[in-house]
Design a binder for this molecule. Structure first.
Ligand code: AMP
Length: 216
């Protein structure tokens, strides 16, 4: 049995064409079923639905052989024991610093002020501000980061931005782009040895589906 860990939403939706290229079709719709283990057209391949931030844990400890998760999640979790053969170029977004409209971020940084930064991505934020030599107090949040600057909890946030609509709707502006994010295929290293043939088949099919067709 090959088990693939996915999270519902954008990653699941954007993985379906890649699975199809590997000859795999998921038999249930995660938006309507309550099942957490989804069968596929192949009796020895199944999909487990987990939170995006739990995907590396499932794969690391062998609860799943493979998984797909964002670069942000892997950087926060650490990638010990995980083989990362492919950047799938799906669920693209960016990690950015945002502040309330009118907040003089550049001035605060220039003056060496200590900034309060709220984020779910504490490791990424710590490393980013340390590399800039900016002193920060990091406040760990688990959601709705946008609220932090509006309530005075923090001066800035570090969050994932896609269209920028969420920031705009909350009168926040993006002031720094920390990194581009996309989702990666991660593989349990022991599983890769023990189930080499079927896992290699999936990796190769995904890789082929990613390769842009060459023009003639
Ligand atoms: P947007 O309004 O399009 O900029 O989307 C911003 C919100 O959507 C962020 O607060 C994120 O929580 C979420 N989001 C957008 N894209 C992604 C992604 N690729 N991975 C994780 N979360 C995302």
């Amino acid at each position: 049995m090959i088990t693939l860990a996915l999270s519902k939403g954008r990653i699941f939706d954007e993985t379906l064409p890649l699975l199809k290229a590997a000859g795999i079709e998921v038999l249930d719709d995660p938006e309507t079923t309550r099942k957490l283990i989804l069968a596929t057209n192949l009796p020895d391949v199944r999909v487990v639905l987990v939170r995006a931030s739990d995907v590396p844990t499932y794969v690391q400890y062998g609860g799943a052989d493979l998984g797909i998760t964002g670069r942000d999640t892997l950087l926060e979790h650490g990638s010990q024991g995980l083989y990362q053969p492919l950047d799938l170029q799906i669920a693209k977004c960016r990690m950015s610093v945002a502040v309330r409209e009118g907040f003089d971020y550049a001035g605060a940084v220039r003056q060496g002020s200590r900034l309060r930064v709220a984020t779910k991505f504490v490791s990424i934020a710590r490393e980013f501000f340390a590399s800039k030599g900016v002193h920060v107090d990091l406040i760990k949040l688990y959601g709705s980061m946008e609220l932090a600057p509006l309530t005075g909890l923090a001066d800035a946030i570090v969050d994932v931005v896609s269209t920028g609509n969420t920031l705009k709707a909350n009168h926040l502006v993006e002031v720094e782009r920390i990194m581009d994010i996309s989702s990666r295929l991660v593989v349990n290293q022991a599983a890769l040895k023990l189930k080499q043939q079927p896992i290699r088949h999936i990796i190769d099919a995904f890789a082929a589906a990613l390769t842009p067709p060459t023009s003639v």
